[in-house]
Write a protein that binds this ligand. Sequence first.
Ligand code: 5AD
Ligand code: SF4
Length: 510
Amino acid sequence: MNKENKIQRFDKMQQQAPAEEGARQYYFIEQARTLWKERFDALVDSGEAAGRYGSRLLGQLQAEGKYGTFHIATFGCQMNARDSEKLSGILEQAGLKEIDSEHADFVLYNTCTVRDNANQKVYGRLGYLHTLKKKQPDMMIALCGCMMQEPSVIEKIKKSYSFVDLIFGTHNIFKLAELLCRRMLENRKMVVDVWEGTDQIVEELPVDRKYPFKSGVNIMFGCNNFCSYCIVPYVRGRERSRRPEDILDEIRKLVADGVVEVMLLGQNVNSYGKNLETPITFAQLLREINEIEGLERIRFMTSHPKDLSDELIEAMRDCKKVCTHLHLPLQSGSSRILKIMNRRYTKEQYLELVDKIRSAMPGISLTTDIIVGFPGETEEDFEETLDVVRRVRYDSAFTFIYSKRTGTPAAAMEQVPEDVVKNRFDRLLKEVQQISAEVCGRDEKTVQKVLVESLDDHQEGYVTGRMSNNTVVHFPGDESLIGKIVDVYLEESKGFYYMGKFREDGQKKE
Ligand code: 5AD
Ligand code: SF4
């Protein structure tokens, strides 16, 4: 097909596409499928297909009715992991097969930009993709996710990585099939479609879940908090909550499809529902989800301490399906630094909150995020952080070195010297790990419910699962247990995980 014909074909597609966004994207998924099929048939007809895919993969593609391969690499948080499942669902329906390697027809990087090292990783891997593309010029390379919401990143890619075919952002992932058609038909080397924000939430697009028995569920998008170090509000936009009936409906369908555990996702789940036409609190939503028959476990992420209400603590205590784990980011233990961070709580308020949570739910596992080396952090400030760590005794803590993000208020503040930060980081990590090893073993020699997630990577004849409080347990078992919640006797604590024994008569305690 010559260039003019291709452009005409895309124009026609756009004219014929339904107006309603969901229907429109299903239409483009079908169109993309036709385009990939045409490309694949041409490869088969010319005899190139066997050389490109190898005879084994080619056989699989033909047997499965697929017309090529794709690979998605996901960076960053659980939000991105869930977005990747949606992107993968669209690509599967558009006729492509997911493979583990980057030797694919369509490679997509779903990027993160919360810290600079995530950006650097992407640039590094793009260099490698370029060498692959030189060998196979019709390979398509696409970038999406948080990093693409930064104009400086787009400039850099246009200038130094012009071999990239398609760029889109966090607000329009639902448009992947349409953008694919555009790139395949329009006479442009790079298609860039990044939106600054949106109030649109497109429901009901295909999703390809990584695990059959558990799933993330977005309950809200974006963030309004503007912590002074954080780039997320700039790249994920303002808070938008999904309607409770859409969330409940999605979870019911997931349960009907074999899901027993959901992770409710949002940058700040505690402020869920505030901007809905009929406002509802996160606590009310939890109570409704708890009623869904067949659902066994509910997790959620992330909670902001300033918005964690008494109502939510009560709901967590009352709802038996809500897991005994809470991730409660501290960021710093110094009230002075917390103020400059714009966190809107003090050290004392955080500690009081922890006390309240623990008296309502004794034994709950608490985890956190901590930033070391925020601008202006003194040794005294850092000692305050260590003090909170020693008092709360977290099950685990994600510790981060402060990373300067252009455009955030903290980037303009005076930075702490690197060697000082490194020293504090090492001291914090040591403290966190020591406490965690002591705390995590508290259920040793008891029987606990474990959701089996996979075969054990390290030991044959073993499986790996998670307790309600998220601690990992390895125990002898086989594939038939995957996706089931079983009673396991926790024989030995290994610090961050347990070795256990499957107990079919698990009701009896040893
Ligand atoms: N530097 C270091 N860590 C950061 N985080 C967010 N922004 C930054 C930054 N600029 C951390 C916070 C947050 C987690 C997801 O990432 O601890 O809770
Ligand atoms: Fe997730 Fe934030 Fe990273 Fe985006 S920038 S992927 S929201 S952690």
